[in-house]
Write a protein that binds this ligand. Structure first.
Ligand SMILES: *[C@@H]1O[C@H](CO)[C@@H](O)[C@H](O)[C@H]1NC(C)=O
Length: 323
């Protein structure tokens, strides 16, 4: 509970894209975990199931109170200490280096970085103000926006630089420097004088990082975000197998109106979103009322298919700059 969803989901997604066998483990009694900005994720296993396993990497996402929940989990503490003692890779990001690793004594003789809000908790002679710090088996990083670097660093350490390079390029990761586009085609004036309501429809096969990043960043900006499943179940299974529980069904969501509807990408997800009649109707009404809608990655093809393509184009590389 209270884990930073972008950090958890980006880590899992990027590592799975590299071919790693990743288990997302819950330290709670339930597999369903409500993350720090309200996204509901379903873990693959409970932490107890991991107690006797040997991992090549144990990576701890941050977020509050998530980092405290991790710290207080005895099974996880033992797993991570064993990992460090046996000189296998481990890492922590955001609040976790200070809040989780330090009380376990796993920062010793290591240089570490963490979120600026927790830097003063680190011993000054060990603290490094960098986005990413690899110190022997321990890798640390600073926050949601540096999670791609954090995840790609593990890909590099586990699979080599070429694989990391390749995945970074395909994901259009901002730090990668290849695809920085800020120019707007078809400029539109838009503003809100009350808290905007935003709908994010999701389906099996939607890209989990796009869903989670959009929702997390918008909610941090105090936007009302409704995540709606177009599947029969509220729980969807995303493109890299992360399980996400939507707030509601598209049927119930369609009873309200939204200032903005944003479609996530992911090839299979886009195909499923495209088949939803309710979503199609919602998007058409959205256009006719002159309200905003948009898509990221491959989802603008849905708008194109429905004859609605004239407004905003986002790319993954723009997500940090737009919101
Ligand atoms: C979508 O995923 C859920 C699991 O989250 C599954 O129960 C359901 O059958 C899937 N739907 C389709 C149409 O594949």
């Amino acid at each position: 509970m209270g884990t930073e969803e972008m950090e958890a989901v980006i880590l899992v997604d990027v590592l799975r894209r590299a071919g790693a066998d990743v288990l997302m483990a819950s330290v709670e009694t339930d597999l369903v975990v409500e993350a720090s900005s309200g996204t509901k994720l379903v873990a693959d296993v409970g932490i107890d199931a991991c107690a006797d396993e040997v991992f090549d990497l144990v990576a701890l996402p941050g977020g509050m109170p998530g980092s405290v929940r991790l710290r207080d989990c005895e099974v996880l503490r033992k797993i991570t200490i064993k990992q460090a003692e046996e000189k296998r890779l481990y890492g922590a990001i955001c609040a976790a280096p200070a809040v989780t690793l330090m009380p376990w004594g796993l920062h010793k003789r290591k240089q570490i970085t963490c979120h600026p809000a927790f830097m003063d908790k680190l011993p000054t002679f060990r603290a490094v103000k960098s986005n990413i710090q690899v110190s022997g088996e321990l890798t640390t990083s600073r926050g949601p926006g540096t999670t791609f670097e954090f995840a790609l660093s593990f890909v590099e350490q586990l699979f080599g630089g070429d694989v990391a390079e390749d995945i970074g390029r395909k994901l259009l990761v901002p730090a990668h420097g290849c695809c920085q586009r800020k120019e707007e085609h078809n400029k539109v004036e838009w503003f809100f004088d009350q808290t905007p309501d935003v709908l994010v429809p999701i389906a099996n096969g939607s890209e989990e990082m796009e869903v989670v990043m959009l929702v997390d960043i918008l909610r941090r900006a105090k936007v009302n975000v409704v995540v709606a499943s177009i599947e029969k179940t509220k729980q969807i299974i995303a493109s890299q197998k992360t399980k996400i529980i939507a707030d509601t069904s598209i049927m119930d969501a369609s009873k309200s109106t939204y200032d903005l509807i944003i479609l996530p990408g992911g090839t299979a997800g886009v195909e499923r979103l495209q088949k939803s009649r309710i979503l199609k109707k919602l998007l058409r009404e959205q256009m006719e009322a002159g309200r905003g809608y948009g898509g990221i990655c491959s989802s603008p093809t849905i708008l194109h298919k429905h004859g609605l393509l004239k407004v905003i184009f986002f790319g993954l590389e723009n997500m940090f700059s737009k919101f």
